[in-house]
Design a binder for this molecule. Sequence first.
Ligand code: ADP
Length: 389
Amino acid sequence: MLPALIICLLVIPALHFWWRARWRVEQEKHQAQLAERDRRELTTATETLAQQDALFDSMIEGVLVLDERNAVRLANGAFAEMFQTTGVLRGRALLEAVRSHELEEVVNRAAVEGRVVDHEMQLPGPGERWLQVCAAAVTNQERRKLGTILVFHDLTRLKRLEHTRQEFVANVSHELRTPLSHIKSYTETLLGGAKDDPEVFNRFLQTIERNAGRLQLLIEDLLTISELESGGVSFDLRPMALLPLTEKICDDFRARAQGRNVKLENQASDFTVRADAGRIEQVITNLLDNAIKYGGNGGRVLLGTKAAGEFVEVFVQDFGPGLAPEMSERVFERFYRVDKARSRDAGGTGLGLSIVKHIVQVHGGRVWVESAPGQGAKFSFTLPIQSPS
Ligand code: ADP
């Protein structure tokens, strides 16, 4: 009995210590496994966050995530760039981060209305910039606000396009209205009895014809511009000798120049360029037409060429009133005229130089004017020289 008791007394503590030791080992193993799992989860979470940041930063839309108290939780690069903010945004209050009460208003509306709020806003600061903001409040099941997500699209380019289009339509309507209303009023006067006087009849018909001609010119120029701007037109670019073309154009202009007592000189050299002959004829014709029109009666007009590296510079120079420096860029805009009445009287549409610019650019060249008031104007454009094959 005693030995059994002694054995028991020895075995039980031994077993106890053995189990404790095992339990400790198991516990340590378990702890190590937990620590390993935590480490893996942390790595995954960090990687996910980094991926999320990279994803948000690669977006062209601005993204802003706010918490329930309108403090920034996340703001991507595009957002920072749109609002031109620097430094860390995370943790800062919305108003402090971007100073826009309008934006705060959008955030509040999203919370109150419980739907995606779509809003257009203009950014303060230099240069007109427009944004579209879509804001949605994030709520839990009890409809308690947890935060707000805002996405920003830059609308500046679209707004500019819209403005240009509206301006263009207004200009076209205005340009069409004047000759049309002349045609209408002269026709009405004729029908009202003026046709019985042969002298008046003739004079009015001539006015009607002149205005119909203006309409035709305008519509032709508009069609050319729309064709060029649509990009759908293909240019027939091929080797082309400049001299014969300039001679032909000068011959066509000889009578008009003489009519205005203008001495037209062709000083072009024989370069071979890569160009669409028909389009380049239109460019030189528009420039010569302007030089004769605006260069003043009894003056001189030169058409010449000059080598410039891989390009040829073609220039048309007059010695008339010239242009003020601030007009040098603007004359290439559609419908821009220094003197509207004078341009219209001379049969101008205000589209000639913008057609020139388009055509030259399609050839890979550039166009510019050098001028000073009272010193004439020299319009030049470049064309690529055809390299010998
Ligand atoms: P327009 O049909 O009115 O001639 P353009 O686009 O050809 O239109 O020219 C735009 C404006 O540039 C003209 O209205 C004129 O005021 C100015 N301009 C063009 N060429 C000359 C020039 N050689 N000398 C002075 N002004 C010029």
